[in-house]
Design a protein around this ligand. Structure first.
Ligand code: DNO
Length: 358
């Protein structure tokens, strides 16, 4: 397992790059050019600038999260061919610095969604929270207006420059059934996976977060069965998965340990975090420690250990602790603690294993 840490870039992330090196067993950053809009080619000079910064801090840049997929590709519109051509150019440019994994998602309109970014936990720290009743039965057209009026409600996917397009997008997605979205995903993968493979890279789809449809939009990557369909859609090792235990874990019916065993050859990137799911379907993100949430982190680490996982991993959203001012979910402290919990489990399994028979 190769441990990494997500970093949003100079001026965009308050975590100093060199601090990441202080976290034991952590060798690389997970990065992106966050200022390049989805669909545009990532320029080589900008890619190389990030690589130079990471090199100076002694960290690798093997994993990109995310090269976002333009909505026209997800919608299957004629303009998708140009956006797919641009995606291929980006892959070629990323190959110049030896990128190995590209994480992306195929969630219409939105990426991850929460209703509260700083919900207080019983220990006084705060964390990302999802309150079902605030999302279920919401009319997205009304919500666009509300957010237009109150920018403090902005969430990923609701960036001011996108807001005016949201109503149009919802309109366009009325035509897109889940089956149509699968077709559009296949079209994308058939074009992209061979190019990624040719450049020594793997594509790794991130599951839907939360793992169910929201605002009436189709969402298709959120169960073991859907991951099975995904890998068979374009049957090549470079058509892979970012297995996110926190996203999938918000649905207690998802057996993540079983997924690790079934998709072991296709998991190129592991996002590992805990979440506490309440009886009414609400969920809050907790520390990574197994006992603090409802996701079996110890079992998940055992599964990764047992399959001899050699892919990339990262801790995922952390709580906001010790007064840290950080991007929601992406502070240094709790993610650093998270890594130590994950390595602690891994090392203990390894120790128990190597002692066997001695
Ligand atoms: C949230 C992240 C997601 C993820 C994308 C991958 O914190 O896990 O935003 O980066 O879904 O494309």
């Amino acid at each position: 397992m190769k441990m990494t840490f997500r970093w949003f870039g100079e001026g965009n992330d308050p975590v100093p790059l060199e601090y990441i090196r202080h976290i034991p067993g952590t060798d690389g950053i997970v990065w992106a050019l966050h200022d390049i809009p989805a669909g545009e080619v990532w320029p080589i000079e900008k890619i190389q600038a990030v690589k130079a910064q990471a090199d100076a801090a002694g960290l690798h840049t093997d994993v990109v999260e995310s090269v976002n997929v333009h909505e026209d590709i997800k919608l299957g519109l004629p303009a998708r061919d140009q956006y797919i051509a641009n995606y291929k150019e980006t892959i070629k440019n990323l190959a110049t610095i030896g990128v190995k994994v590209i994480c992306y998602n195929f969630m219409p309109v939105f990426d991850w969604l929460r209703t509260d970014l700083f919900k207080e936990l019983e220990d006084g720290s705060t964390a990302l929270f999802y309150e079902s009743s605030r999302i279920d039965n919401i009319d997205p057209f009304v919500l666009v207006e509300q957010i237009n009026a109150d920018r403090s409600m902005t969430m990923p996917g609701w960036e001011p420059e996108r807001l005016q397009h949201l109503a149009k997008l919802f309109e366009a997605y009325r035509e897109v059934t889940p089956e149509k979205l699968w077709d559009n995903l296949k079209y994308f993968l058939d074009e992209i996976v061979p190019v990624a493979a040719e450049h020594g890279m793997a594509m790794a789809i991130h599951p839907d977060d939360p793992p169910w449809p929201i605002f009436g939009l189709p969402r298709i990557i959120n169960t073991q069965e859907s991951l099975r369909r995904l890998v068979s859609l374009h049957d090549h090792p470079a058509n892979g998965i970012t297995l996110c235990s926190g996203s999938l874990g918000a649905n207690p019916a998802n057996d993540i340990v079983a997924m690790i065993h079934e998709f072991k050859d296709r998991i190129h990137f592991a996002h590992i975090r805990n979440v506490r799911v309440y009886d009414n379907g609400d969920f809050i993100e907790t520390s990574h420690r197994t006992q603090d949430g409802t996701v079996d982190i110890a079992g998940i680490m055992k599964a990764y250990y047992d399959i001899g996982f050699t892919g990339y991993a990262r801790p995922d959203h952390g709580r906001h602790i010790w007064g840290e001012k950080c991007r929601p979910g992406y502070g240094l402290y709790d993610r650093g603690l998270g890594i130590m919990h994950l390595w602690g489990l891994w090392d203990a399994y390894h120790y128990a294993d190597t002692k066997k028979g001695e």
